[in-house]
Design a protein around this ligand. Structure first.
Ligand SMILES: [Zn+2]
Length: 278
């Protein structure tokens, strides 16, 4: 069975010592597609270079809320120009993080403006937009609603919003991607959301090298447990299978059905980009 990691950051320098082995390991367990997002302009080239050198890596470029304050003037025009010249590239990671304050974080207003700029570019170009939300999914819905339905798709990465928001977001063209958060027993809100998502909008991701799932017995099957410079365990794309298993269990559905559904959904969402590439 083939699997598609709907959101990750495989160009991240924390993966430098492990990248080739991690991709090999992922492919050996069937993970053959990787939607890889750049979070700031300084990463755009790295994501494009990885996509050029590694089969199955689908690049996406944008400005993440953590990097809005430090973004160089003129970034929206440069982003749009790059995207126009490369029809196989997605938009994002963009979004809103209302939990982080200070420490160089942009104000909520500035984050919203950056997110809306990227949403408009994604709609103009008909591309999927990867969105990050922390304590912000209600506000994301308020901001997206006036834009109307986006046929290119809003990819709500590591979705953990309230289940009640799912129908309204789905109506606007949202797809819901579940990360390692779903493996945590206490993540009851994520579990409720995962049960509320319609089967044709369900995705699974690793967010590697971040959001390490609770590996449990699976850890025995993951021979490589790398650590970053601070000694923290680094998440790898092969762990997508751990997240898939948890997602199926939470939804109370057979693993194979959920796996097939997430893969087919990724093919539909990213289909236009994959077609533009080939
Ligand atoms: Zn991410």
């Amino acid at each position: 069975m083939r699997h598609f990691d709907a959101h990750c950051h495989l160009h991240d320098p924390r993966l430098d010592p492990w990248r080739d082995a991690a991709l090999h390991q992922a492919r050996s367990v069937g993970v053959v597609g990787f939607a890889c997002c750049a979070a700031e302009e300084a990463e755009w080239d790295a994501v494009m270079a990885l996509a050029d050198s590694q089969p199955g890596v689908l690049p996406s470029i944008g400005l993440h809320p953590w990097f809005v304050a430090g973004a160089a003037a003129g970034w929206p025009a440069r982003l749009e120009a790059r995207l126009r010249s490369m029809p196989w590239v997605g938009v994002g990671e963009a979004g809103l993080d209302l939990a982080r304050r200070g420490g160089g974080m942009a104000s909520p207003e500035a984050q919203e403006a950056a997110m809306l700029l990227q949403a408009r570019i994604a709609m103009d170009l008909g591309r999927p937009l990867a969105l990050h939300g922390v304590r912000a999914w209600g506000r994301v819905l308020e901001l997206l609603r006036p834009l109307g339905h986006h046929s290119g798709g809003w990819l709500l990465h590591s979705f953990s919003g309230p289940a009640e928001l799912v129908p309204a977001l789905a109506e606007l063209g949202a797809w819901f991607s579940f990360s390692g958060t779903i493996t945590r027993h206490r993540a009851t809100r994520s579990h409720a959301a995962a049960r509320a998502v319609p089967a044709d909008r369900l995705l699974v991701e690793t967010d590697a090298p971040d959001i390490l799932p609770i590996l449990g017995e699976q850890a025995l099957q993951v021979p490589m447990v790398p650590r970053d410079g601070k000694g923290r365990v680094v998440n790898l794309p092969a762990n997508l299978l751990v997240n898939l298993r948890a997602l199926a269990a939470v939804r109370g559905e057979p693993h194979d059905r959920v796996a097939r559904c997430c893969h087919d959904n990724a093919q539909r969402l990213f289909g236009p980009l994959l077609a533009a590439r080939s």
